[in-house]
Design a protein around this ligand. Sequence first.
Ligand code: SF4
Length: 255
Amino acid sequence: MLAFLRRSSRQAALARPESCAIDGAHRRDLARRGAGGHTAVMSGQLDYHAITEAFTRFHAADPEPKTELEYTNTFTLLVAVVLSAQATDVGVNKATRALFAVADTPEKMVALGEERIREHVRSLGFFRNKARNVFLLSKALVESFGGRVPDSRAALAGLPGVGRKTANVVLNVAFGFPAQPVDTHIFRVSNRTGIAPGKDPLAVERALEDNVPVRFQRHSHHWLILHGRYICKARKPRCADCLIRDICLFEDKTA
Ligand code: SF4
């Protein structure tokens, strides 16, 4: 999954906690922080050939990138993504292993009940709201969708606790649709590199749909999210280890 991170020199660095130091690049990032909490550091716009080369390299390094969330079916993927807001995938996986062992369908989740769901997810931030949303979305799936997860963005986004980003993750990962969920990592990488500049997540989503060659759209969000999580970090991007350093338009590259 993380083939492009498996190079031996990178493993030790991956294990180290992210630096808390605020370097010059981060100060400039903060200075440009938008009202929505997203940092719109727009470096310009890469052209078709540069974007194609960037994704050719991501593909060569990791041909079949996968989500780091654990799930067993479309329903458990949806629940895992809902629980992942403001939480790490590792933390979500710890909570969901036991939860999905007893409730891997909407019917079983409803039968489990909100209180017992809460006990399973109490290690996560906002666990009360998340448990309520998991219970209510399971109930809605049973009552309105015959216990199946719908394959439309509007239907998904109409479920409790499910926003556009979560709907796009489910459409992409579970249904194979080239949807472009934009989280904080993808927003940052898209703007810094010039692959898909935009002032807010929806603008970046549209730019990704427009700019990323169709052949790469199915996996582009995994490549970008993993790149942002492990290499193009918010506070101190690891530009020396970056596959696309010579392509990226970010002015404040680290040595
Ligand atoms: S060169 Fe640096 S800023 Fe650009 S994508 Fe790579 S890690 Fe991010």
